[in-house]
Write a protein that binds this ligand. Structure first.
Ligand SMILES: O=P(O)(O)OC[C@H]1O[C@@H](O)[C@H](O)[C@@H]1O
Length: 344
């Protein structure tokens, strides 16, 4: 008979469990690691409430729920219900594998009364999961996810994979970031493939209204421009950058993004202005050309499955920081800024 201590010492079996729409990525992940692929069923009751049923055995297993979080409001409750169900049914550990992590951009209160959704979302996820694995979260004013999340997190980077994809497709690339924020990604990509890089200036006036200015790039005319960024959301940032490049005599740019959300008809609009457009498979899209499953599988395999270790790494929530208070004080109602959103 197996004793309790023998059982705890045995390596936990792992179950990769996709939420709807994440089956392809989950299958790749399971194949990479040689792990079991599970299934769950969800539907809506006639009143709009969510039904969730886990169809695989989870007892004593490490359960990795795979759910990219593009358009999170549609499926977040079913994700939380699935995590709770896995735990109720005896899962030893319940992790969230979210190749794209949402709610990273409203990371402070820009106007009095605004919800700081980065913080609220992190609290909800931290309450339901033991660990979070994600790729290139939009860390702007926060240096690391540990400033928001109270559970252990693994932050992976797609820049080397995007760089290899660009190098395979373009001979003499000039890597261009559409705004100052993108410097971190474009410099990493450029360094890996030994290409020059430049960063444009952007002013955001609204959710779908941005202005992009080009510095003098004439010394690089003749190179193939490659616009690289972390997210294409409304696509406006990339569209404006792509519109500006021909003004300095550049050919149509290639576009390489980690997270291709491409809301509205932005992909079609970009296609009209650009050459090849590639993204990672963090968000399922026709532009997916860079697979992340192997990167994510390696992180999962090396993460600790030890409950005691996870409990040690859980931290109490941090109190609101200076930034939040500064946000409240700095925008008196009589003098609102023209752009009230948090996204740059
Ligand atoms: O312009 P859209 O595509 O809406 O938003 C994406 C841009 O906004 C920034 O936060 C991102 O880093 C990216 O540059």
């Amino acid at each position: 008979m197996t004793t309790r201590s023998e059982h705890l010492e045995a390596p936990a079996m792992r179950l990769i469990l996709p939420l709807p729409g994440n089956e392809t990525f989950a299958r790749r992940l399971a194949d990479e690691g040689g792990w079991e692929l599970g299934a769950l069923e969800t539907r809506r009751f006639p009143d709009g409430e969510t039904y969730v049923r886990i169809l695989s055995e989870v007892k004593n297993k490490v359960v990795d729920l795979v759910c990219t979080l593009a358009r999170p409001d549609d499926g977040f409750l079913r994700l939380i219900f699935a995590a709770d169900a896995a735990r109720d049914l005896g899962a030893r550990q319940v992790n969230l594998i979210a190749p794209y992590l949402s709610y990273m951009r409203q990371d402070r209160r820009f106007q009095p009364g605004e919800a700081v959704t980065s913080r609220s979302f992190a609290r909800l996820v931290s309450a339901s999961f033991d660990r979070l694995v994600t790729v290139d979260p939009h860390l702007h004013r926060y240096a690391a996810l540990s400033a928001l999340y109270t559970i252990p997190t693994d932050t992976l980077h797609a820049a080397p994979l995007l760089a290899d994809c660009i190098a395979a497709e373009v001979d003499n690339p000039l890597i261009i970031g559409p705004d100052e924020e993108s410097e971190q990604w474009v410099s990493a990509i450029a360094a890996r493939i030994g290409a020059p890089h430049a960063v444009l200036r952007k002013v955001r006036h609204g959710d779908r209204n941005v202005e992009v200015e080009l510095p003098d790039l004439s010394k690089w005319r003749g190179l193939q421009p490659v616009l690289a960024d972390d997210i294409a959301s409304s696509g406006r940032t990339l569209i404006e950058a792509a519109r500006m490049l021909p003004l300095q005599g550049f050919v149509r740019p290639m576009v390489a993004v980690v997270h291709g959300i491409f809301a509205d008809a932005s992909f079609q609009r970009l296609t009209a202005l650009c050459g090849r457009i590639v993204s990672s498979d963090s968000v399922p899209h026709e532009s997916n050309a860079v697979g992340l499953a192997s990167l994510v599988a390696r992180a999962i395999a090396s993460a600790s499955n030890d409950e005691a270790d996870l409990i040690r790494h859980r931290r109490p929530p941090e109190p609101p920081d200076e930034v939040e208070q500064a946000g409240i004080d700095s925008f008196p109602a009589s003098d609102p800024p023209s752009w009230t959103g948090g996204v740059t």
